[in-house]
Design a protein around this ligand. Structure first.
Ligand code: UDP
Length: 406
C-alpha cells in the first residue's frame, strides 16, 4: 500500500505537513472502526485505505466487521432504504432480529478503544454497552427525510454517542449531540484510482470482453434500486436515436445488501434484445477493472435517486470524465452544474445530457477537467484523514463546538 509521502506530488507537501502536525497531537491513541461489510460499497472502500494510513500517522487503528445472518441484513437493508426516505413496514420480529444480532456482536467484539467509530445503522446499537471511551456514529446515509418509524427506533441509540458525522449539510438532524460535517473521499493511489496507461486500459477491457468500438456511457454501482439502473436504461434509450454509443452497466453486490441479485435480474431482463446495452457483473474486488472501465468511458453516469454520498462520482471526476448524476445525497457537493459535471432530476434530463455530452466533446472535456480539480482540492483521502484527526482531537474538549477546516 502506498505510504503517505507518495501523496505529495498530488496534494502538495504542505498538506502532508499539516496532517502530521495534527497527528502528533493524537499519536498513540487507539481507534476502532466498526462497519457491516469488508467488501462492497463505499464504506468498506474507504476503511481499507484509511486504517493503514491512520497507523502510519501513529494511531493504534483497527477495523472490525459485525457478523449477522441473512435475516439481519434483510432488516438492516429495510432500515437503510427507510432512512433514505422510502416508506417501510417494520414488524416486532425485525426489531428482535436487530437486537439479537447486536447482542451477539457485543459478546464477540472488544469495544474498548479510546475512540470507537461506528459506521451506519447496522452496528449502531452496539453503543448500548458503551463505556467512558468516546463513541462517534459515522452516518453515510442521507438522513434528510427519514421514514419516521425507522428514525424513531434509531435515534435513541444515536443520542448515546458523543458525536455524529454526516456527509452533507442537508443530512443533519435535530440531535442533542455534536454533529460534524465530514465528506468522504477517494484514494488517488488505490488500485481503483491510480493512473493507468492506455495499454492497461485496453488490456482490461479486452479481458472483460467489453467492446470499445463505440463511445461508452457507463454507470458503475451496486445493483440497487436507489441507483436507478432501469432509469439509466430508459435515459439511454431516449438518447440512442441521436448518438451512436453503448451503455455499460457494471457492478456487483455487497455482503450487506441482499437485494442485489433481484435488481440485477430485472436489469438484465430490461436490457435483453438491446445489443448496445451491456450489463456486466463484477466481483466486489474488481478495483482495477472499475478503474479501467471508468477511464475507457466517454461519459459516466450516476443516476441515483438517493445517495449517501456518491463515491463513484468522485472516482469518475478524478479521472477527468464528464459525469451526469442525480442531484441527490452528496453529489451536489461534488458537481457544480454545468461547471464540474451535470446534475439531473429525471430520466428525461439524463437522456438529454447524454445526447449533448456525446455530441459536444469540448464542453464534456471541460466539465471533466474542472471536476478533477475540484476533487483534488476537496475529496482526496488526505483531507478526509485530517478531518478525522481533528475530530478525535476535539473529543478531548466535549463542551466546545467543533468546526472542521475546509
Ligand atoms: N463499487 C465496486 N464494485 C461495484 C460497485 C461499486 O467496487 O460493483 C465501488 C465503487 O467504485 C465505489 C463504491 O463501491 O468506490 C460505491 O460507493 P458509493 O458511495 O458510490 O455508493 P454505495 O455503494 O456506498 O451506496
Amino acid at each position: 500500500m502506498p505510504r503517505l509521502e507518495e501523496y505529495a506530488p498530488i496534494v502538495g507537501a504542505d498538506t502532508l505537513e499539516e496532517l502530521s502536525l495534527v497527528a502528533d497531537r493524537v499519536k498513540g491513541r487507539s481507534v476502532l472502526h466498526v462497519n457491516s461489510t469488508a467488501v462492497g460499497g463505499g464504506v468498506a472502500e474507504i476503511l481499507h485505505r484509511m486504517v493503514p494510513l491512520f497507523r502510519e500517522l501513529g494511531l493504534d487503528a483497527h477495523w472490525e466487521v459485525i457478523r449477522g445472518g441473512e435475516d439481519f441484513y434483510a432488516v438492516t437493508k429495510k432500515f437503510h432504504n427507510a432512512l433514505h426516505g422510502q416508506p417501510a413496514e417494520f414488524t416486532a420480529r425485525d426489531f428482535q432480529v436487530y437486537g439479537e444480532t447486536t447482542a451477539e456482536n457485543l459478546a464477540r467484539l472488544a469495544l474498548d478503544a479510546e475512540v470507537v467509530f461506528i459506521h451506519d445503522p447496522q452496528p449502531a446499537a452496539l453503543v448500548e454497552k458503551r463505556g467512558a471511551n468516546r463513541w462517534v456514529w459515522r452516518c453515510h446515509i442521507d438522513l434528510s427525510q427519514p421514514d419516521e418509524r425507522a428514525w424513531a427506533f434509531l435515534r435513541p441509540y444515536v443520542e448515546r454517542y458523543d458525536a455524529c458525522i454526516v456527509s452533507a449539510p442537508g443530512f443533519a438532524q435535530e440531535l442533542p449531540i455534536r454533529q460534524v460535517l465530514i465528506a468522504p473521499s477517494i484514494d488517488p493511489l488505490s488500485e481503483k484510482n491510480r493512473e493507468l496507461s492506455p495499454d492497461e486500459v485496453r488490456g482490461v477491457l479486452a479481458r472483460l470482453g467489453i467492446p470499445t468500438d463505440k463511445p461508452l456511457v457507463t454507470q458503475v454501482s451496486r445493483f440497487d434500486r436507489l441507483k436507478d439502473p432501469l432509469g439509466v436504461i430508459e435515459a439511454f434509450q431516449r438518447a440512442k436515436p441521436y448518438v451512436d454509443a453503448r451503455l455499460l452497466l457494471v457492478g456487483g453486490s455487497a455482503d450487506d445488501d441482499p437485494e442485489g441479485a433481484q435488481v440485477l435480474a430485472e436489469v438484465r431482463d430490461r436490457a435483453s434484445g438491446e445489443p448496445d446495452i451491456l450489463v456486466h457483473e463484477l466481483p466486489p474486488t474488481s478495483h482495477l477493472e472499475i478503474n479501467a472501465i471508468q477511464r475507457a468511458s466517454t461519459v459516466v453516469l450516476q443516476k441515483s435517486l438517493r445517495e449517501g454520498f456518491g463515491l463513484t462520482v468522485a472516482e469518475a471526476l478524478w479521472k477527468g470524465k464528464p459525469v451526469i448524476a442525480g442531484a441527490v445525497g452528496g453529489i451536489p457537493l461534488l458537481i457544480a452544474h454545468k461547471h464540474s459535471g451535470i446534475l439531473v432530476h429525471s430520466v428525461e434530463g439524463a437522456g438529454y445530457w447524454m445526447r449533448r455530452l456525446l455530441s459536444e466533446p469540448e464542453f464534456a472535456t471541460r466539465l471533466g477537467a474542472n471536476g478533477r480539480e475540484h476533487v483534488r482540492q476537496n475529496f482526496l483521502l488526505t483531507r478526509h484523514l485530517r478531518d478525522y484527526l481533528l475530530l478525535i482531537l476535539s473529543l478531548d474538549h466535549p463542551g466546545e463546538d467543533f468546526v472542521p477546516l475546509r
